[in-house]
Design a protein around this ligand. Structure first.
Ligand SMILES: Nc1ncnc2c1ncn2[C@@H]1O[C@H](COP(=O)(O)OP(=O)(O)OP(=O)(O)O)[C@@H](O)[C@H]1O
Length: 269
């Protein structure tokens, strides 16, 4: 991969990030899988209101970190804090109630329901997780206005009656983001929101993420560097489970360790 260009010869140090309260924080986070360390002492503050991208070569530990931050994996060591409170000890649905929602790479959409029904189901669920609905759809209509608002926000306002199965890949991702928004999260974690999309879909998702990021903190795992450069206020680069650089895109891309990590991937990939 060649996104990183050459280091700035001037070596001008980056200014510190704007001081804002920390929304989500990893503290000395460790995750071992049968002796293999996938997350290695990660300390990472995510500031309130920022869009923060987690990037890194294949197998660097991005998904593992994402799952740790959202409570879908329990750490071997260290802590995750949301607005100062520890959440790594809580089950995922309680983390959602505290204001953190995530999207899923494996689709959380019910294919046999309509777009609107999918949002209604998620609205009545305490977690917006797949497979957790028990209220008859007819009783969910009280939530209809909110569902319509969310669908309009994610650009699906004109498709409420379509079956989710009939949506394009990009539209499904839009619906998944809509489903995450049903919990009105203060912190939204997006797992590769543009994966498998063409340029048109990518442009739509960029606009959508910008919109849903208003008044929220967004953390995304993303492979597409042009998406990262357009969206992210700050980025963190993972390699072998460790954060090797964190800061503004333009500064981090000039970090020699980051260039080396990506060049290494190019050489071996
Ligand atoms: N459940 C698991 N059991 C054993 N090893 C795992 C498990 N999950 C992840 N790993 C290993 O941890 C390392 C990091 O994986 P992870 O999926 O977090 O990386 P990634 O940066 O998201 O990769 P990619 O960019 O390819 O999606 C990999 O070597 C992977 O094989």
């Amino acid at each position: 991969m060649t996104f990183w260009g050459t280091p700035d010869a001037s070596g001008t140090p980056a200014p510190p990030p704007v001081a804002a309260p920390v929304a989500l924080e990893a503290r000395n986070l460790v995750k071992d899988f049968r002796g293999f360390r996938a997350t290695n002492d990660v300390t990472l503050p995510i500031y309130e209101g920022e869009i923060h991208a987690i990037i890194g070569p294949n197998g660097a530990g991005k998904t593992t970190l994402f799952n740790l931050l959202s409570g879908f994996l329990k750490p071997t060591g260290g802590e995750v804090r949301l607005f100062g409170e520890r959440i790594d000890t809580l089950p995922p649905h309680r983390i959602v109630r505290r204001g953190l929602s995530r999207s899923f790479q494996i689709s959380s959409v019910f294919p046999t329901l309509t777009v609107r029904e999918n949002v209604l189901v998620a609205l009545q669920s305490p977690t917006a997780l797949p497979g957790q609905f028990w209220t008859p759809l007819s009783r969910l209509e009280t939530l209809g206005a909110r569902a319509d608002e969310i669908l309009a926000d994610v650009g699906l306002g004109t498709a409420p009656g379509r079956l989710a199965a009939d949506l394009s890949h990009g539209e499904k991702r839009q619906l998944e983001i809509g489903i995450s928004l049903t919990q009105d999260p203060r912190v939204l974690l997006l797992d590769e929101p543009t994966s498998g999309m063409g340029s048109e879909g990518i442009a739509r998702v960029i606009a959508l993420v910008r919109q849903v990021a208003r008044g929220r903190t967004v953390v995304l795992v993303e492979h597409n560097m042009s998406v990262v450069s357009e969206l992210a206020d700050r980025i963190s680069v993972l390699q072998y489970g460790s954060v090797i650089a964190s800061g503004r895109y333009d500064d981090v891309r000039q970090d020699p360790r980051v260039i080396e990590a990506y060049l290494g991937e190019e050489a071996h990939g």
